[in-house]
Ligand binder design. Structure first.
Ligand code: G1P
Length: 289
């Protein structure tokens, strides 16, 4: 029996420089796609995979993220008095159980690996998920639920992967693939943002992981990798050969909401999934052909 997956770490300390000036006073994770902030999508996806405990790795200027998951008593009361029951119910359905969110500050931006290491007390001896809220997923079965299933089947580390055109591999963590069984690919090596000509494949890691707690010991060495940062990918690479490690070709689509064009495409794709908005959106899209 593998240990159940109940914990998720969400790094949200990034400065969001690619979205300035919008992110000067607003956390990038609070940017909305249609009518909910990016962080809400990530939390909902994790909860749909059975995750109950959350650790946000925050930094300066990120308090709105924590506020967002608090009970807004005055707001709820006002909505109740005005008879706005539908939206009130929607807000209440999103409420998090008491004590289910903790936050840890990453005081200095030293890289994704360092951010995850900051959550070491929260992780303890348990397997844990990581969701990078910039990667917004549109999947019939939530992406994290697909990973959780793969974790239950393999009992080890699983990262969501996708194929990208060769010339773009240098933006991602890249896997060296071994044996393939259905959607599961054995990982025999991992490289963070390799030069195109040195990449072991064009299978790249997206922002969804299920990792074993042993990765923390490797991250603790604070070895600097690509871009002079402590890279999660380098810590994960140390697990290969010691524990099962697989890539899962997830089913669905990913939108890179850390990128302006990706963010705009996500708005359209998510709006078109909404029966209340789709007809209007289709009609106005026609105007811009
Ligand atoms: C991070 C990881 C990278 C991964 C990517 C997915 O990179 O370091 O391995 O492929 O997320 O979005 P970042 O986007 O923070 O540069």
């Amino acid at each position: 029996m593998v240990k159940p997956l109940r914990k998720a770490v969400m790094p949200v300390a990034g400065l969001g420089t690619r979205f300035l000036p919008a992110t000067k006073a607003l956390a990038k994770e609070m940017l909305p796609v249609v009518d909910r902030p990016l962080i809400q999508y990530a939390v909902d996806e994790a909860r749909a995979a059975g995750i109950e405990q959350f650790c946000f790795i925050t930094g300066r200027g990120k308090t709105a993220i924590v506020e967002h998951f608090d009970v807004a008593y005055e707001l709820e009361k006002t909505l109740e008095e005005r008879g706005k029951t539908e939206i009130l119910q929607e807000l209440r359905a999103l409420a998090m159980p008491p004590g289910s969110i903790v936050t840890v500050r990453q005081q200095v931006p030293m890289g994704l690996g360092h951010a995850i290491w900051c959550a070491r007390s929260f992780i303890g001896d348990d397997p844990f998920a990581i969701l990078l809220p910039d990667d917004l997923m549109l999947c019939d079965t939530p992406c994290m639920a697909q990973l959780a299933e793969a974790y239950a089947a393999t009992g080890g580390n699983v990262v969501a992967i996708e194929e990208v055109p060769r010339e773009r591999v240098n933006r991602y963590g890249v896997i060296a693939p071994g044996a393939t069984r259905g959607n599961l690919v054995e990982v025999t090596g991992l490289v963070e943002k390799p030069p195109v000509e040195k990449a072991p494949s064009n299978l790249t890691i997206i922002g969804r992981y299920v990792l074993m707690p042993e990765v923390i010991g490797h991250l603790a060495k604070m070895e600097k990798g690509a871009g002079g940062e402590v890279q999660l990918t380098d810590g994960m690479a140390k697990l290969i050969g010691r524990q099962p490690f697989h890539g899962l070709r997830y089913e669905g689509r990913r939108f890179d909401c850390g990128d302006k064009a990706g963010f705009l495409e996500a708005q359209i794709a998510f709006a078109l999934k909404r029966p209340d908005l789709a007809p209007q959106v289709r009609a106005f899209l026609d105007k811009y052909r």
